[in-house]
Design a protein around this ligand. Structure first.
Ligand SMILES: [Zn+2]
Length: 135
């Protein structure tokens, strides 16, 4: 299983953002190098929805520019699932426009066994990646 490396402070920040965004989904980009996340770039959920997210094209453009200015790559795209399993939905697959990126799904639920999970689309199937939290 491939893995995504996530610093502990960013792991905590993702879970906190998912909780603060309740009842809606949060979303944003993960910048870094290869499979190592170095930075979180939060975005507004343009849909303000508990079951869907969208980053407005203008904001996405801005965030991509910030990544380039910092010489970071787009490692992943994250969003939260306020209710239910933090595994990709059918809609997530339909809208996975960046197949090179890891799709990271965060659960705000205190009882979630794995609050941050990462997936990558291979054809029509999702491969789950291990999320390696590093200090
Ligand atoms: Zn989703």
């Amino acid at each position: 299983m491939a893995s995504l490396t996530l610093p502990r402070a960013l792991y905590r920040a993702l879970v906190e953002e998912a909780r603060h965004s309740l009842p809606n989904e949060c979303c944003g980009l993960l910048g870094g190098h290869g499979q190592a996340v170095k930075e979180i770039l939060p975005a507004a959920n343009a849909l303000s929805s508990p079951t869907m997210f969208e980053i407005a094209p203008r904001e996405l453009f801005e965030l991509m520019r910030r990544l380039r200015n910092k010489q970071l790559q787009l490692v992943g795209i994250y969003h939260s699932h306020p209710a239910g399993d933090n595994a990709p939905s059918a809609r997530d697959r339909e809208r996975a426009y960046y197949p090179e990126a890891a799709y990271v799904i965060v659960s705000p639920a205190p009882e979630a066994p794995r609050p941050v999970r990462a997936f990558r689309l291979r054809g029509q199937e999702w491969d789950e990646w291990e999320v390696e939290v590093v200090d």
